[in-house]
Write a protein that binds this ligand. Structure first.
Ligand code: UDP
Length: 237
């Protein structure tokens, strides 16, 4: 399961979808599809609309989140187009039904698509307000029994403090869900991390801007930060 934020499709534009960026991302995804890796993708919508931002100036949060979820569908369709232009078969499934645009999310169908080598792009988050696409991605990962969850970011992984503000920030190669929660490392929201922890879904936080990184992570290279529950017992002693 690959989680792309909306911003990953934005490039340096500040808003919307950069054609160059989306083609780059599609090319990176193609590398793992060509290896035969069954690939599910959840795309965010932050490059277009974030519910919480609109609710901060008075809009009803649920309506704002509906707009955010629709924004993710726009990104899904853009990514689908880019992947299909590269000859990759895809299906978009959405948690909110938009039947003329995409299939509704049906787990069994999604799994069948994956088995047939199609990339399944999951849109509209969980279909519920007050959630994020990170949580949606962890949820879908559990449902399809994904072996690993890759969270693409703009940085190499987790640091003990903000590497932009603090040049002495220490890179964290491996850590536990509990540590991420306890130290409030802002990599994913608490709901997403807790859900991954409850189900021992390994998370890898890595830099999407380094070419070949998706393939390299999948091929077992130690790239980015691995979050698992391996040291949870040490911490409980
Ligand atoms: N959203 C939602 N429910 C979900 C997933 C997303 O309401 O299950 C809305 C929410 O408004 C959010 C927006 O969709 O701000 C875009 O998702 P997100 O912020 O996770 O996108 P990203 O930061 O990954 O680009």
């Amino acid at each position: 399961m690959l989680k792309l934020s909306g911003e990953a499709l934005m490039g340096n534009q500040g808003f919307g979808i950069s054609p160059e960026m989306i083609n780059n991302v599609a090319g990176e995804i193609k590398e793992i599809v060509d290896l035969g890796v069954e690939t599910g993708i959840v795309v965010g919508g932050g490059n277009i609309f974030r519910g919480i931002a609109a609710s901060s100036y008075g809009m009803d949060r649920t309506a704002a989140d509906h707009m955010g979820m629709l924004a993710t569908v726009i990104n899904c369709l853009a990514l689908q187009g880019a992947l299909e232009r590269m000859g990759i078969q895809t299906r978009v499934q959405t948690a909110l039904s938009i039947n003329k645009v995409a299939e509704p999310y049906i787990l069994r169908k999604a799994v069948r698509h994956l088995e047939k080598g199609r990339v399944v792009i999951f849109g509209a988050g969980t279909g519920n307000p007050y959630f994020t696409t990170d949580t949606a991605a962890v949820l879908r990962a559990q449902e399809i029994h994904a072996e690993i969850f890759l969270k693409a970011t703009k940085v190499d992984g987790l640091y003990d403090s903000d590497p932009v503000k603090n040049h002495d920030a220490i890179f964290i190669k491996k850590t536990s869900y509990m540590d991420v929660l306890r130290k409030q490392l802002e990599v994913m929201d608490v709901t997403a991390v807790s859900l991954a922890m409850d189900n021992s879904l390994p998370l890898v936080i890595f830099n999407l801007n380094v070419s070949g990184n998706i393939r390299n992570v999948i091929c077992g290279e130690e790239i980015g930060t691995l979050i698992t529950n391996t040291n949870i017992h040490d911490m409980m002693r």
